[in-house]
Ligand binder design. Sequence first.
Ligand SMILES: [Zn+2]
Length: 331
Amino acid sequence: MSNSSLSCMRKISPMQSGRKSHAVTRITPHCVVGQTSVEWLCEFFYSSGKEASCNYGIGVDGRIGTIVDEIDHSWCTSNWDNDDRAVTIECASDTFHPYAVNANVWKSLVNLCADICQRNGKKKLLWLGSKDKTLSYNPKTDEMVLTAHRWFDNKSCPGDYIYNRLGQLAKEVNQKLGGEPAGPFKAYQGQVNADDGLNCRTSPISGNVLKTYPDGTVVIISKEDGNWGYTGEGWVCLDYINKIASAKDPATKEEEIMDGKQFNKLFNEMRQQWRDNDASKYSEAARKWSVDNGLIAGGSSKEFNGMWEDLMTREQLVMVLYRFAQWIGKV
Ligand SMILES: [Zn+2]
């Protein structure tokens, strides 16, 4: 069996068991817990020495790499039976709950799953919703089933973002495979995935900018025109919208994801500022605040600086807490 022609590079990891002894009947998507490039993924599984691998890796821009040939048994799911039947796919994701993947990665995941099904003679990808149902199900010769890492190990992988969308994944793949008609358009919730925010325009492509949705905002797309979606206020480019298929409580969800995204952003910003500034001065307000609020014990010296030289890690931590507290309005 061949590898996917959607893959743009092949760097074979030594962390694997050679030929599978079973035919491919499963696909198992995973989350990387990092918005990494495909080059990084290939190199990591090739040379890190970590006893882990996957058949394919999808980098943050959606490009795909082959890390263990599809016909071979990767070390990905903490379960021999699964890895002996599954094509395993690591997807670049956020580092925090719910480990969201961006629209590029999602599109590539859909295309790759469809391609795997086609080349393995499968007409339908199934999501059965639970471990028990899935493992007791005997797939027909033209069926492929989705499985999840969390079923086999004490892990959250593939993260709630992907896990809650496995039904959506099957649906989109089956539409590509031609087994299910696309059906009439239905409004859906989508989340903005663009660090600098997403422009909302009076019309697709070149309309005037009405407003900019901050990263993480949840909008309802009520109609589509090509690669553009209407939010009720104007048009946004769907390259920067992640579909939320099954959000039952969008308000909570949005806030949760915003907090995580914001925390991550502040952390990265803080690290850069830390490099660019005189650390002791830069963190003074944060240290004072954390002592005043009883988060950590202060030093005996009147100056805040004295005791801190050997506590850089703790200092960095309180900076993050401080900035986060500022952001949520607690300081
Ligand atoms: Zn995993």
